[in-house]
Design a protein around this ligand. Structure first.
Ligand SMILES: [Zn+2]
Length: 678
């Protein structure tokens, strides 16, 4: 078999152990896990199963169909809606065609079988009106290439030799379901249909047959396209990469009404090949073709050849978007959303996509990648065509989608923000990274200890997937540190929050501190605090959307610690550096604050064996007695843990909660009189 052909992965021995709904889940997962079969979150599958009606105890036909939202590849039983088949088809008597499409959607809930809480999707009638047991509706690039090509109907006839019908573009819904039923009734030997500018649908009597039919139709399309598409051109990125310098600027400019976005960069050879295509501008203007895409990709991307005329090009993009909105809006359309592009193509360099979260930015990127493949395929056949503008608008501003957006859980406090935390693999740094990630921030963890860093990243990504990046970095190496900030920028688009925390400690009086210890403390607690703040604030200034720096100081910054001369002096330097930054950078909306912890022993790298031993010795107690000693020393009689520091850092990082605070130092020490600020 040709390597590009999809192999059948059906395991009949396994499938035969499943009940009909389990078999539908199995088929859906197999289909949804290959992006050549369908795009992320796109397409749906169904099975009509005879069940016992809980109301009558009689057998009844139930339509099990993928519910609204979710993804076929990972869908479980709970992702399926179940409806009385005859009630859905019976809605035809209530249906008023034309603009009343949305009215009927409210009635689907009344067709629910057995109180299943999963909401059904607007594609439900596509499945209900095909009178066959199993139906797949998918968005395979290869078939969308045919669906979006000029002369799509003739191509469908030729490629599938009359076995597959064709329907013109119609927004998914009841009307489309009726069109497909009419097509089926006009020729019951058809195995499926290509849906103009959208995808395809096919049907069979068993789950296995339906799966194999889906693969065979896609494989026929792949083979036909392969013979006609020019060979791929492999391209590499043009150096130097512009992301570090220009991405924060772009990210700042596409923020809307104070709401930042998270970026995702794709500079794969496939994207570069599209950018080098002489027809690129014509194709990009046409917009993506699959209806799933519009909400995310917008009608068209912004295409740049460089960043020098960025302002001008964004102004004209926004103006064009507003004109499109005005031209197409309906009396009840939702208000215009962010008029900035969510997809930006940069000739020679790649594609940047934006979303509220990293996951959303990645999905948008994936959607545009699919669009590039579809354009390539359709152009090889005839010419790529787009949906009429009004149709595209009606999808982008669909009231049902707007309702879905409004039903989404409220955004987390630090959502849309990127935080860099130094010394993040343990102790205060790790607790802070976890806390900021939990509050919705994308977190970039910097640490010298690669092993601990990997563990920290793994534990955060379990809790907040897509939201974490670890960069093993020696923060005292300025080039490496700047490289880490560049990596953060490349991954998420910029930096909004920075927690300057990486530190260490050495005992010693002025009289007995060695040059070596002085250098270590000076590099780590003074130079690296400065270079970290410099790297972060330079990015924040480029973004122009403000930001927050939190410096982790120490009680020793205020109260002289005995036998810790350089450590205490360096901690004092940090606080004053923070104040100068707060003063100088306020005009950029950058807030700078500090927390002063004391005696945070848990998970701390500073409280290494030597420091512990020396501290215990100087206090005349054993190492085991240290926690109790510090607890008693605090005025509140409490132990201070990393989570307590993280809480104060989270507050200082939050624009909602501490927007009026800059230049401040918050002690988190359980109350130490000598540490009072005055
Ligand atoms: Zn679809």
């Amino acid at each position: 078999m040709n390597a590009n052909q999809l192999p059948s992965l059906w395991d009949e021995a396994y499938a035969s152990t499943l009940d009909p709904v389990g078999e539908l889940v199995y088929r859906s997962n197999l289909l949804g896990s290959d992006p050549r079969i369908t795009n992320f979150g796109g397409g749906n599958t169904s099975a009509k199963v005879t069940e016992t009606d809980p109301l009558t105890g009689e057998p009844v036909e139930v339509l099990w169909v993928k519910g609204s939202g979710g993804d076929l590849g990972t869908m479980k039983r709970a992702g399926l809606a179940s409806l009385y088949q005859d009630r859905v088809t019976g809605l035809e008597s209530r249906y008023r065609s034309g603009t009343h499409e949305d009215e009927v959607v409210g009635l689907y809930n009344h067709c629910t079988f057995n109180l299943n809480p999963t909401a059904c999707s607007i594609d439900t009638p596509l499945h209900a009106f095909i009178p066959r047991r199993h139906v797949d509706h998918l968005h395979a690039d290869s078939i969308i290439s045919i669906a979006a090509a000029e002369d799509s109907e003739r191509l469908t006839q030729e490629i599938f030799e009359g076995e597959v019908g064709w329907v013109p573009w119609k927004r998914p819904g009841f009307e489309l379901g009726l069109m497909l039923r009419d097509l089926y009734e006009s020729n019951q030997s058809l195995k499926g249909a290509v849906m103009g500018s959208h995808g395809f649908i096919c049907w069979a009597d068993t789950a296995h047959e339906c799966y194999e039919l889906t693969l065979s139709l896609i494989n026929r399309a792949i083979a036909y396209l392969e013979e006609r598409t020019p060979p791929r051109v492999h391209l590499a990125v043009r150096a130097p990469e512009p992301w570090t310098e220009h991405l924060p600027v772009l990210r700042g400019k596409v923020a809307h009404e104070g709401k930042r976005l998270i970026a995702h960069v794709d500079n794969s050879s496939e994207v570069l090949e599209f950018l080098a295509n002489p027809d690129r501008d014509r194709l990009a203007r046409l917009g993506t073709s699959c209806p799933d895409h519009f909400l995310r990709t917008k009608i068209r991307p912004l295409v740049l050849d460089g960043f020098d005329r960025l302002d001008e090009q964004l102004i004209s993009y926004r103006a064009e978007y507003a004109t499109y909105y005005d031209r197409c809006r309906r009396p009840d359309s939702p208000a215009m959303r962010n008029p900035n592009p969510s997809v930006v193509l940069v000739g020679g360099h790649g594609m940047v996509t934006f979303g509220k979260t990293k996951h959303e930015a990645k999905v948008t990127s994936e959607f545009y990648r699919r669009a590039i493949e579809v354009m390539r395929g359709a152009e090889a056949l005839t010419r790529y065509t787009a949906l009429p503008e009004q149709e595209a608008f009606d999808i982008e501003y669909w009231l049902l989608e707007e309702a879905k957006l409004k039903r989404m859980p409220p955004e987390k406090e630090l959502s849309r923000q990127v935080a860099v935390i130094t010394g993040a693999a343990q102790g205060i740094g790790l607790a802070t990274a976890k806390r900021l990630a939990r509050d919705g921030a994308c977190v970039v963890l910097l640490d010298l200890n690669r092993e601990k860093l990997d563990e920290a990243v793994a534990s955060i990504s379990e809790m907040a997937p897509h939201q974490v990046l670890g960069v093993a970095t020696d923060v005292t190496d300025t080039a490496a540190l700047e490289g880490a900030f560049a990596a953060a920028t490349r991954e998420f688009g910029g930096v909004d929050l920075c927690v300057v925390n990486a530190g260490n400690a050495r005992r010693g009086t002025v009289a007995d501190t060695s040059d070596q210890d002085y250098q270590l403390l000076s590099d780590l607690l003074m130079k690296a605090y400065f270079t970290t703040m410099r790297a972060a604030t330079r990015i924040m200034i480029r973004q122009g959307t403000g930001g927050s720096i939190v410096v982790v100081g120490s009680k020793n910054a205020v109260a002289v610690g005995s036998n810790a001369a350089i450590y205490s002096a360096a901690k004092s330097f940090e606080l004053h550096l923070m104040r100068t930054a707060a003063s100088d950078l306020a005009k950029h909306g950058i807030r700078c604050n500090a927390v002063n912890p004391d005696a945070v022993l848990q998970g701390s790298g500073i409280w290494s064996d030597a420091w512990r031993e020396q501290t215990a010795a100087s206090l005349g107690i054993s190492i085991d007695e240290l926690p109790e000693y510090y607890r008693k020393r605090s005025m509140l009689g409490v132990t201070v843990e990393p989570d307590h520091i993280a809480e104060a850092i989270a507050w200082l990082s939050s624009e909602q909660r501490s927007s009026r605070t800059t230049g401040a130092t918050v002690p988190v020490d359980g109350g130490v009189r000598e540490g009072f600020l005055r």
